[in-house]
Write a new protein. Structure first.
Length: 188
């Protein structure tokens, strides 16, 4: 049977932290291929002419939740990843980008605050590889008081057959894996 358990789990050390450092967007329709093995993304090909877009996030302004939904009656299970980010300051450039983000299906990479102890690199997760993630909720807001939020809160969600995966280790810069093909990471 292919769904036999393969491993147990002990209580781990208290040496982890939460939070997301940066989010990377790739257009889902531009993905030529990808390979996952044992819960890890080992190969990702956007083609040499396509970019990945990086949004650096302030501490405490982003979260990721993946909900597992199963039906005993139907014998099914699926995963719904959801990412929420907050960006400070309303700008005309972001107003234009929100329309583009909302119009596309995306593959999302999350650079977590969590660090892999073996190599001191941040953990990266990949979401929406099979069906893409979509911007389906959010607010663009400025409050009434000086201390109120002025900016964006966007929620991206998806529906996948498999859970989110960890991205294979990189050398010095996130996503610089030798088996990853894309033009560049655009930061502004």
């Amino acid at each position: 049977m292919s769904c036999n358990l393969t491993k147990g789990r002990n209580i781990t050390c208290r040496d982890t932290v939460g939070g997301i450092k940066a989010i990377y967007f790739a257009q889902f329709d531009e993905v030529a291929s990808y390979v996952t093995a044992s819960g890890e993304l080992t190969d990702f090909d956007l083609g040499a002419s396509d970019d990945i877009y990086k949004y650096t996030l302030k501490r405490g302004t982003a979260s990721c939740t993946e909900t597992i939904t199963g039906s005993s009656e139907n014998g099914t299970v699926f995963y719904t990843p959801s990412v929420e980010i907050m960006l400070h300051k309303l700008t005309k450039e972001d107003q234009n980008q929100v329309k583009l983000l909302a119009s596309n299906r995306l593959v999302i990479f999350l650079e977590l605050n969590e660090v892999l102890t073996a190599n001191s690199h941040n953990v990266l997760l990949a979401l929406g590889l099979e069906n893409g993630m979509e911007l389906n909720a959010g607010t663009n807001v400025t409050g009434q008081n000086f201390g109120d939020m002025n900016g964006y809160t966007w929620t991206f969600d998806g529906m996948e057959r498999d859970p989110m995966v960890t991205v294979a280790d990189y050398t010095t810069t996130p996503l610089d894996n030798s088996a990853f093909t894309f033009q560049s990471i655009v930061t502004s």
